[in-house]
Design a protein around this ligand. Structure first.
Ligand code: SAM
Length: 225
């Protein structure tokens, strides 16, 4: 029986790959990746040449059957998403569930490492004994309810947001939770990493003044007591 390694990869800085992740990528018979180009860059940075197959959200179940056949043949299969920890707002969860259901005897191991949530929380300077992670808010249905829930939450709420929508999110937070304190972790682990703290509207103002809102964002909202 083979083994499935679910491997966390860097969220920007290629130096953040763990030794164990590197060893497993090297040892794996085959690697499945959300985007083969992204993983190829990482593999070539570490001088590895491997076969990589695509497994993205649209093909997760179909490819899971292929992976099950490989595991039955005794392969060591590695799975990586584009960045960070697979399954966290990324493919991986349905793959693991499918393998567990179809092949309970298969070994599925976590190779932990970077994730934008933990990176942001670690430098936010908040009490993080308890937090609510909501990932990306729904674009339409359920968005207003989620914003109301955020406004009423008594502990920090962590969101992921894209550069195209960050100003819209801040404007909405300005309406639903104007008094809240927002911490934004932008471009974490990368050259232009920054942490911005303020009310939703102050932060919207600061980001608007920058030419084009670029980068990747983790947004943490906490009620001001
Ligand atoms: N699986 C990933 C993880 O463990 O963090 C998250 C994948 S999700 C598709 C991508 C989102 O994570 C981005 O839109 C952004 O909100 C956040 N993110 C990823 N890398 C980041 C970084 N370097 N700085 C800030 N946020 C980041």
């Amino acid at each position: 029986m083979g083994k499935l390694s679910i491997i966390a990869t860097p969220i920007g800085n290629l130096g953040d790959l763990t030794f164990r992740a590197l060893w497993n990528l090297k040892e794996a018979t085959v690697i499945y990746a959300e985007d083969t180009r992204v993983i190829s860059k990482l593999l070539s940075h570490y001088g590895l040449k491997k076969s990589v197959f695509r497994l993205d959200a649209a093909t997760e179940i179909k490819k899971a059957d292929e992976i099950i056949a490989r595991l039955e043949a005794g392969d060591h299969v590695a799975f990586v998403s584009d960045a960070g920890t697979p399954g966290i707002s990324d493919p991986g969860g349905r793959l693991v569930a499918h393998v567990r259901a179809q092949l309970p005897e298969a070994i599925i191991e976590a190779i932990p490492g970077p994730s934008a949530i933990t990176a942001a929380l670690s430098i936010a300077g908040l009490s993080t004994d308890k937090f609510l992670f909501l990932g990306f808010l729904p674009h339409k249905k359920g968005r207003q309810t989620a914003l109301k829930d955020i406004a009423h939450c008594t502990f920090p709420v962590v969101l992921y947001e894209s550069p195209h929508r960050i100003l819209k999110l801040l404007a909405e937070l300005g309406k639903f939770a104007p008094q809240s304190r927002v911490t934004i972790g932008r471009e974490l682990t990368k050259m232009h990493e920054e942490v911005l703290v303020g009310s939703p509207l102050e932060l919207a103002d600061r980001l608007e003044k920058k030419k084009g809102v670029r980068g990747e964002f983790v947004v943490i909202i906490e009620a001001v007591k």
